[in-house]
Design a protein around this ligand. Structure first.
Ligand SMILES: NC(=O)c1ccc[n+]([C@@H]2O[C@H](COP(=O)([O-])OP(=O)(O)OC[C@H]3O[C@@H](n4cnc5c(N)ncnc54)[C@H](O)[C@@H]3O)[C@@H](O)[C@H]2O)c1
Length: 453
C-alpha cells in the first residue's frame, strides 16, 4: 500500500525521516498562472469521460455500508451490479440474492480471499468498481480497478497515507479514470441547503468553517463483527484524525477547495486516550484480551487547516467518549453563519440582532434543488436518504458523461488530513504542509455548481 515517490519531483518536499513520513518546508503551489492552456484543457477533460448507457458495477466489500450501496444501485435507472466480492461468502450470498430479487442476472462472485478483488478487476467487463471495504483496502482496490480500465469509487476516507493519496491521483491521471471518494455527508439535506445559501452569497465572504465526526462508537469498536473487526485497530496505531472527511467534505465544497482555494497546511493536537480503555475495563473480565489492548488515538483530536487564501477550518474527531452525535457543521462569513447540531442560521439584517433562526424556518426558501427533486425517491435509504442521492449522482454523471461532484484531487486533499494530522500531533502540533495534488490548477478549476437530478 505504500509507494516510493522519492524520485518524483512533484513530491520532493515530502520526505521520509526515520521511517515516519514528515512534510518539510513549504509545499510550493506549482503551476498557477503559468499552467499551459493545453494542460489546463486536459485537466478539465479529466473531469468528464464518455457517457455509459448502462453502468456495470463490481462491488467490493458488501458489509454494513456496502450492502446499503448495493441496494441503492439496484434501484437506480441504468445501473447493474454484475460482480460482487467479499472475503465472507455469506456476504456475497446476500448480495447475489438481493441482485436476483431486483430482477437482474446473478452476479459473478469473488470470495477467494482478501486479494480476490484483483481477479474481479482483471476478469470482469465493468465500468465501475466501487468499494466499501475496511480503510486499508480502499486504495489497493481502486488502483487495481483503474489499472484494468475501470472507474473507481470508494467509501471514506479514500486513503490513510499521503503516499496513497498520490498513488490515487497518479493512477487517475495516467489511466484517465474517475477516482471518487463517496462522501455522503456532502449530500445531506442541511449541508446542501447551506451550500445553496453560500452560493447565493447571503453569508458574504466565507472566512472560517468547522466540521467533525463526533460519534460514540465505543460499543461498535468492541463488537465481534463488522467494524469491530477492523476499526478498533486504527485506534491502536494512529493518533490523529482517522476519519476527517464527513466534517471536511461539506465545508470544503462551500470554501471551493481545489476550485479556487486549497488546503495549505494544518496543525493538530490530541487529548489523552481514555475512552476505549475505560470501556474495556467496564465490559470485559479481567483476563480478557481486550483489557490488554493499548490505544494511542487521543479521544478528542482537533486539527486546524489554513487555506491558501488564508481561511481557517477546524476539524475534530471524537469516537471514544460518551456523547450525542454531531458533525459540528459550521460556516462563518462576513455577513452571517450557519451552525449545526442543532441547525440554525444567522444572516445580518434578517431577523433579530444576535438571535439564531432555526434552520427549518428557512428550509423552504433555501432548500437545495437536488433535494427538492429527489427527496421522495431517496426516502428510506441509508443515513436519511443522502446515501441514495450520492449513488444516484454518481451513476447519472457516468451515464451522461458529466463531471462528477468530487474529483480525485478532493479525495486526496481530504484524506491526506489522516496522516498529516498524525504527523502534527507527533511533533507537538507543528505545521504539516498539505501537498498540492492539483499542481497549481486549483486556481483555475471552476467552482462546484448547483447540481440537479
Ligand atoms: N459514509 C458513511 O456514512 C459510512 C458509514 C459506515 C461505514 N462507512 C465506510 O464503509 C467502509 C466499510 O464499513 P462497514 O461499516 O460497512 O464495515 P463492515 O466491516 O461491515 O464491511 C466491510 C466488508 O468488507 C469485507 N472485506 C474486508 N476485507 C475485504 C477484502 N480485502 N476484499 C473484499 N472484501 C473485504 C468484509 O468482510 C465486510 O463485509 C469503511 O470505509 C467505512 O468507513 C461509511
Amino acid at each position: 500500500m505504500s509507494h516510493d515517490h522519492s524520485s518524483d519531483p512533484n513530491r520532493r518536499d515530502f520526505l521520509k525521516i526515520g521511517g515516519a513520513a514528515v512534510v518539510a518546508g513549504a509545499t510550493a503551489i506549482r503551476g498557477g498562472a503559468d499552467v499551459a492552456a493545453a494542460e489546463q484543457g486536459a485537466y478539465n477533460a479529466m473531469f468528464t469521460t464518455p457517457p455509459i448507457e448502462t453502468v456495470r458495477v463490481g462491488y467490493v466489500g458488501v458489509g454494513l455500508q456496502g450492502s446499503g450501496h448495493v441496494r441503492n444501485l439496484l434501484r437506480i435507472p441504468g445501473c447493474r451490479v454484475t460482480a460482487v466480492c467479499d472475503i465472507r461468502s455469506e456476504r456475497t450470498d446476500w448480495a447475489t440474492k438481493a441482485i436476483v430479487e431486483a430482477g437482474q442476472p446473478a452476479p459473478a462472485v469473488y470470495n477467494r480471499g482478501p486479494r480476490d478483488f484483483e481477479r474481479l478487476c482483471e476478469t470482469e467487463d465493468l465500468d465501475l468498481v466501487y468499494t466499501a471495504t475496511p480503510w486499508e483496502w480502499h486504495v489497493p482496490v481502486m488502483l487495481s480497478a483503474m489499472k484494468n480500465g475501470k472507474h473507481a469509487a470508494t467509501e471514506v476516507p479514500a486513503a490513510m497515507t499521503v503516499d496513497d493519496c498520490w498513488a490515487m491521483v497518479e493512477a487517475a491521471e495516467k489511466h484517465r479514470k474517475h477516482c471518487l471518494m463517496m462522501e455522503n455527508c456532502n449530500y445531506d439535506r442541511m449541508e446542501m441547503m447551506v451550500f445553496n445559501i453560500v452560493r447565493q452569497g447571503l453569508f458574504g465572504e466565507l472566512l472560517h468553517a468547522e466540521g467533525g465526526y463526533l460519534h460514540d462508537l465505543r460499543g461498535i469498536k468492541f463488537e465481534n463483527r463488522n467494524e469491530g473487526l477492523w476499526r478498533r485497530a486504527w485506534s491502536q496505531k494512529l493518533d490523529g484524525n482517522p476519519y476527517p472527511t464527513h466534517g471536511l467534505g461539506p465545508v470544503a465544497n462551500c470554501l471551493d477547495i481545489n476550485r479556487g482555494d486549497r488546503f495549505e497546511y494544518l496543525v493538530s493536537m490530541s487529548s489523552p486516550s481514555r475512552g476505549l480503555q475505560d470501556w474495556a475495563a467496564e465490559h470485559f473480565p479481567l483476563d480478557a484480551p481486550q483489557r490488554q489492548e493499548k490505544f494511542v488515538l487521543g479521544d478528542v483530536n482537533t486539527s486546524l487547516i489554513k487555506t491558501a487564501r488564508g481561511r481557517t477550518i477546524m476539524v475534530q474527531h471524537c469516537t471514544n467518549l460518551p456523547r450525542p452525535y454531531s458533525r459540528i457543521h459550521m460556516v462563518q462569513g462576513t455577513k452571517g453563519l450557519f451552525q449545526g447540531y442543532p441547525n440554525r442560521v444567522y444572516i445580518e439584517g434578517r431577523g433579530r440582532n444576535d438571535q439564531w433562526v432555526p434552520a427549518n424556518d428557512v428550509l423552504a426558501e433555501f432548500e437545495h434543488p437536488l433535494w427538492k427533486e429527489i427527496a421522495e425517491q431517496a426516502q428510506g435509504a441509508g443515513h436519511g436518504g443522502m446515501d441514495y442521492i450520492e449513488d444516484y449522482r454518481l451513476i447519472k454523471c457516468l451515464r451522461e458523461g458529466l463531471p462528477l461532484d468530487m474529483t480525485v484531487y478532493d479525495a486526496a486533499a481530504l484524506s491526506a488530513v489522516v496522516e498529516l494530522s498524525g504527523m502534527s500531533v507527533a511533533r507537538r502540533g507543528r505545521p504539516a504542509d498539505v501537498p498540492d495534488f492539483t499542481k497549481g490548477r486549483w486556481r483555475t478549476t471552476p467552482p462546484l455548481p448547483i447540481v440537479h437530478m
